[in-house]
Design a binder for this molecule. Structure first.
Ligand SMILES: Cc1cc2nc3c(=O)[nH]c(=O)nc-3n(C[C@H](O)[C@H](O)[C@H](O)COP(=O)(O)OP(=O)(O)OC[C@H]3O[C@@H](n4cnc5c(N)ncnc54)[C@H](O)[C@@H]3O)c2cc1C
Length: 383
């Protein structure tokens, strides 16, 4: 497979064309199967892995394709036009290694990071709790006895939380508060003291499993802790404050573009009162506004991505990109459904799934309120 890192520009163009063709052909076939069977089968994972799509963004020295971040986002935008479960697999696998790598030692890089990039193991990002806020509020806790932690507590809404081999779990040393004493642990999903159960079906993102996990003094070797005690929250948030949020914002742009394309196609075909509805100014202006919204988000996301690529630090830009792109996605999918008229509300219409899938992206990688908190903190600090 060509990669942008190793090939001239034409090599990347070929890769982008290949991904576009995949999304439009195989991607559509998988989407149909996932919606029908309500599951994203292991064969889909295998196909994405074998095509090299799960290691695009990882560095070449770890076995990745080494596609530069901004170029990877161009590909992620295309994947996001496909079924949400396919987008989720590509997004998570191309990103999960990054927070792990920030604090891993060489032994952990061999045991966890290289295998996850090679697609030999799956890792689920395990932060959200049913009884606490995400972040310094977390209640999952560990007690250390010799070289072993015993982990107790509950997590939920965890993407791939039942099918993953490891849960990248964030907890705190019992008795600590705030960021102090937080730890990041690699916990085997099917290990002793871990009960991971699939949650009820979601509104959209059909076929992706989400786990509710209970830890009951689950033993975890201290050698499977990434970083030091007190660095757990740093590891959890390091991705959120940059590449992960920017990637999620890109997925919003991709899905919004898909909604816009569907709306344009429908408006050009549907005739009422003797004219195509696209010829009515009310509809044409709506489409124009939607296209402008998508393009504005795309530019903001790319600005955040290049800032992060150049400086390694873009918390405010990442939060702005995620905030704007996820709210844009709601406006655009809502407008696209409206352009379809009543038939768009039926499951036989492709916009119906796009509309359902889009709603999830307002929660993933933090809500609007959390993005605004980050932006306001930076804004007020800088003044
Ligand atoms: C499809 C999907 C996949 C997900 N995958 C994962 C995953 O893989 N791993 C994982 O760890 N989590 C995952 N999540 C969880 C997601 O990250 C959270 O839902 C999100 O961060 C919001 O947290 P919460 O659900 O606990 O909401 P809550 O914290 O209960 O918030 C409820 C509401 O109150 C607001 N709010 C909360 N606190 C504040 C505050 N301090 N100030 C102002 N407003 C506030 C929120 O913005 C929200 O509107 C997933 C969620 C979805 C929908």
């Amino acid at each position: 497979m060509s990669t942008a890192a190793t090939a001239p520009a034409s090599g990347f163009d070929a890769l982008r064309a290949e991904v576009r063709a995949y999304v439009e052909s195989e991607g559509e076939r998988w989407a149909e199967l996932i919606e029908r069977e309500h599951r994203a089968p292991p064969e889909l994972w295998d196909e994405l892995r074998d095509r090299g799509y799960l290691r695009l963004a990882a560095p070449a020295e770890y076995g990745g394709a080494g596609v530069p971040f901004t170029r990877y986002l161009e590909l992620l935008e295309l994947f996001s036009m496909s079924h949400a479960s396919l987008r989720m697999i590509v997004h998570v696998c191309n990103g999960i290694w990054r927070p792990m790598d920030s604090h891993a030692n060489d032994d952990q890089r061999e045991r966890f990071i290289k295998p996850v990039i090679a697609g030999e193991i799956k890792v689920a990002f395990t932060l959200t709790e049913p009884t606490a806020g995400s972040g310094a509020d977390m209640r999952c806790s560990v007690v250390r006895e010799g070289d072993t932690y015993h982990l107790s507590g509950e997590k939920h809404l965890i993407t791939f939380g039942t099918i993953a081999d490891y849960l990248l779990t964030f907890a705190r040393v019992e008795g600590t508060r705030g960021a102090e004493g937080t730890v990041a642990l690699m916990v085997p999903t099917r290990g002793e003291g871990v009960d991971a159960r699939e949650m009820a079906e979601t509104m959209g993102v059909r076929g992706t499993d989400h786990g509710h996990i209970v830890f009951d003094r689950a033993p975890v070797p201290v050698s499977d802790r990434l970083g030091q005690e007190g660095q757990g929250l740093d590891i959890a948030l390091s991705g959120f404050l940059g590449p992960s949020r920017i990637s999620l914002a890109t997925t919003c742009v991709g899905l919004a573009q898909r909604a816009l394309d569907l709306a344009v196609g429908y408006a050009q075909g549907r005739e009422t009162f003797g004219r195509k509805i696209a010829e009515r100014q009310a509809i044409a202006f709506r489409l124009a506004e939607m296209a402008t919204d998508v393009e504005a988000a795309r530019r903001l996301v790319m600005h955040a991505a290049s800032t992060w690529e150049q400086t390694g630090h873009a918390p405010m830009q990442a939060a702005m990109a995620k905030l704007f792109a996820s709210e844009m996605l709601q406006r655009v999918t809502d407008g696209a459904l409206q352009v379809h008229g009543g038939i768009g509300y039926w499951a036989t219409s492709p916009i119906e799934r796009v509309y359902r899938d889009a709603r999830a992206q307002r929660f993933e990688e933090g809500t609007a309120e959390i993005q605004k908190t980050t932006i306001a903190r930076d804004l007020l600090r800088n003044r």
